[in-house]
Design a protein around this ligand. Structure first.
Ligand code: PBG
Length: 337
């Protein structure tokens, strides 16, 4: 009786059993659709003044801000592990932050000194320079502020000047992370006009106004200054059609690659962008995502290492060309083993 029921019920399988190929590791490896390699990983570094100086970030356990000399050492380690590029973020000293964010285009600012030190010591690694005013402004906003309004075109002018000093210092890729309109075209034109046609632009094209940036703002020292939010320029997290428009626009303006940010909660946007455009699409596993994995791991709620690998594979599966992740060096070393 039981056997008749079984035969009847399983007939719909028509001989197909998807579990068949999952029975052994060799077989799972054969049918695996995505592979994570060190060249998928971009490593963000936080730069501080000083010599042989590192400081802890309370909300990002395991990540430290590094002085320029230690950034050079980190760059060597990254190169040796097969990481293609670093993304640099300065923690500008307080006395250099101002309403006009003029430190952003000081050719001798912390960012530029880090870029040139790494470029001359480790020329094989790509250098991605973040361009946004929050790392230099008195108020933690990514744009110039007048009467409470974030100014678009005036901000773009400052960003252009910032990008030019960064390129001069050795940046290979300029990465505007601000979401002002028109900044990709303006930066492209300025770079070309300055004889820097080979400097790339990786645009933070679909960047959402997100609570997941909290720990980053502690890391670069902008969080305690910020009043209000960034919702007049960063995107509403309820939207994804609009993300495609942002990406389309940045491609039209001359971006070489685009980014979706945050990462894991926005993989639907990565997938839509991958299906719609033929351009490298990066995703940023942001500071809050890092903190969640670290803190859940430390609390014994999840297996931390497994969560790191699973999350990074998810980025690849969704169609990311690569991932900016604070785990880059550690994971590249795992993958090389
Ligand atoms: C600066 C910038 C931010 C991040 C990267 N560049 C913060 C923000 O926009 O407020 C966030 C990165 C992270 O959270 O890891 N414009």
């Amino acid at each position: 009786m039981a056997s008749t029921w079984q035969k009847h019920d399983m007939a719909f399988l028509n001989g197909h059993r998807l579990r068949r190929s999952r029975q052994a590791e060799w077989s799972r490896a054969m049918v695996r659709e995505t592979v994570l390699t060190p060249s998928d990983l971009i490593w963000p570094l936080f730069v501080i003044e000083g010599q042989n100086e590192k400081t802890a970030i309370r909300t990002m356990p395991g990540v430290e801000r590094l002085s320029v000399d230690l950034c050079v050492e980190a760059a060597r380690a990254a190169r040796d592990a097969g990481i293609p590029a670093l993304a640099l973020f300065p923690n500008t000293p307080d006395h250099l932050r101002s309403e006009d964010a003029a430190e952003a285009y000081n050719p001798d600012n912390l960012m530029c000194r880090a870029l040139s030190a790494i470029k001359s010591a480790v020329p094989e690694i790509g250098l991605i320079a973040d361009v946004a005013l929050d790392e230099y402004s008195a108020n933690g906003q990514d744009g110039l502020v007048r009467n409470g309004e974030i100014l678009n075109d005036e901000t773009v002018e400052v960003m252009v000047r910032s990008a030019l000093v960064q390129a001069e210092a050795g940046a290979d890729i300029i990465a505007p992370s601000d979401m002002m309109d028109g900044r990709v075209a303006a930066i492209r034109a300025a770079l070309d006009g300055d004889g820097r046609a080979n400097v790339q632009i990786m645009s933070y094209a679909a960047k959402y106004a997100s609570c997941f940036y909290g720990p980053f703002r502690e890391a670069v020292g902008s969080g305690s200054r910020l009043t209000g939010d960034k919702r007049t320029y960063q995107m509403d997290f309820a939207n994804s059609d609009e993300a495609l428009r942002e990406i389309e626009q940045d491609i039209a303006e001359g971006a070489d690659s685009v980014m979706v940010k945050p990462g894991l909660p926005y993989l639907d946007v990565v997938r839509r962008a991958r299906d719609a455009f033929n351009i490298p699409i990066y995703a940023y596993q942001v500071s809050g995502e890092y903190a969640m994995i670290e803190m859940a791991g430390a609390a014994g709620a999840i297996n931390r290492d497994a969560a790191v690998l699973e999350s990074l594979h998810a980025f690849k599966r969704a169609g990311s060309s690569g991932v900016l992740t604070y785990y880059a060096l550690e994971v590249a070393r795992w993958l090389n083993r």
